[in-house]
Design a protein around this ligand. Structure first.
Ligand SMILES: NC(=O)c1ccc[n+]([C@@H]2O[C@H](COP(=O)([O-])OP(=O)(O)OC[C@H]3O[C@@H](n4cnc5c(N)ncnc54)[C@H](O)[C@@H]3O)[C@@H](O)[C@H]2O)c1
Length: 366
């Protein structure tokens, strides 16, 4: 048989994890951050749209497409805060990178682990330009799947080395404390959010609950704090009391999407925000002074997954990961798709189709 003309590289969850271990988590986060900044600086080149969401009682499933003139990317991702009861992750994802010129898919990859890395790298990229200089202490509210990656990214990109932890689930905090201690980071556990955020330069909220929660209240916010709010990312799912948004300057990834899904959904349509790309290209200013509160209302935008897929593709090439799947048929005559099943298609009792004898065992039950 001829080799397939379309080479679709495949990265399973296990393969992606091995690649990150091989590269090192801190280096991977730093490189991911560089890819993000590079792509965010090319913002006008991208064809952008808010993600397409299918809502249900307990969660949401979303498709996140984006393209420039060379590459098209999409991510499939869900958000089901009750999934832990079923032994499943709240957030699960996979994605595709395709060649715009031909439409050929060149990479299909897991994106559950990769999303945690890209979200953490994006949070740190935003904080690097928004938080006060020389930050040392960050509160992590919500100690689930994203939390270690957030801590590692802030440690690597901003030098944060002390983490205040709180989660309503003590086992989650126990797990986070164990993992961060193993990484050599200083941690301190607290009994509630109020105590955890006290005296922190940065507060990251990464909670999962399909409700308009008020994880951060106005009386918890201190002058000069940077708030990295990543858990409010869906209509009816927010983390900040609306008055917190009035206390500082709000920065977003892609305004049309954040108005629907972010903390911003609580605010009138004229509430002012700055898009991050403007900051990263020097077209807008960031923090006004040491006492100003800055808020990154993060929901996760398709461009971040484009960058993440690009990074994972390049890392796979560097590490010599060769695995491919034959996703697209290999046709000697592209107009003869039928030739794939040629040799006879005949209805038989109890079966809808049976293929030719030469094609053998590819029959479909009715
Ligand atoms: N902005 C982005 O780009 C982005 C990317 C990935 C995930 N997310 C969101 O981040 C959130 C966290 O994701 P995850 O994968 O870590 O989920 P997870 O379910 O693994 O962890 C969430 C944690 O929040 C805790 N929690 C819930 N309510 C709380 C409260 N009131 N106070 C303190 N802790 C509370 C839970 O006990 C749980 O341990 C989710 O809402 C997810 O949708 C956003």
């Amino acid at each position: 048989m001829l080799a397939n003309k379309i080479h679709t590289r495949f990265l399973s969850a296990e393969r992606a994890a091995r690649m990150i271990m091989c590269q090192g988590l801190a280096t991977s986060l730093e490189r991911m951050a560089n890819y993000l900044v590079e792509d965010y600086r090319r913002w006008p080149e991208f064809d952008k749209t808010p993600r397409i969401a299918a809502h249900s009682v307990d969660g949401v499933i979303e498709l996140m497409p984006i393209a420039d003139h060379r590459l098209y990317a999409f991510k499939y991702v869900n958000g089901h805060p009750k999934n832990h009861r079923l032994g499943l992750s709240t957030v699960m994802a996979f994605g595709v990178l395709a060649d715009v010129e031909s439409g050929a898919p060149t990479l299909i990859s897991e994106l559950t682990l990769t999303t945690a890395l890209r979200t953490a790298a994006m949070s740190a990229v935003a904080a690097r330009v928004l938080a006060r200089p020389n930050c040392q202490r960050m509160a992590l509210i919500g100690n689930g799947a994203q939390s270690e990656f957030q801590a590692m990214a802030f440690n690597r990109l901003l030098g944060i080395d002390e983490f205040h932890l709180f989660d309503t689930d003590p086992d989650a905090t126990e797990k986070l404390q164990r993992n961060l201690t193993r990484m050599g980071l200083k941690t301190c556990r607290f009994d509630n959010t109020h105590e955890a955020v006290c005296g922190c330069d940065i507060v990251t909220t990464a909670t999962a609950d399909k409700t308009n929660a008020t994880i951060l209240l106005p009386d918890m916010i201190e002058a000069g704090m940077h708030i990295n709010a990543i858990g409010g990312d869906c209509p009816g799912k927010t983390e900040l009391h609306r008055d917190v948004l009035e206390m500082g300057k709000v920065f977003v990834e892609y305004e049309p999407q954040t108005r629907i899904e972010g903390e911003l959904q609580q605010m009138p349509s004229e509430f002012p925000v700055v898009e991050l790309w403007q900051l990263l290209t020097g077209q807008a200013g960031g923090r006004g002074g040491a006492d100003e509160v800055t808020i990154f209302d993060s929901v996760g935008f398709a461009l971040e997954d484009y960058s993440a897929l690009r990074f994972m593709r390049d890392l796979a090439i560097e590490l010599g990961v060769e695995e491919e799947i034959a996703l697209i048929p290999d046709l000697s005559d592209p107009k003869n798709l039928f030739g794939l099943i040629a040799g006879g298609v005949r209805p038989v009792r109890g079966k809808l189709f049976t293929l030719s004898d030469e094609m053998g065992d590819l029959s479909h039950a009715a």
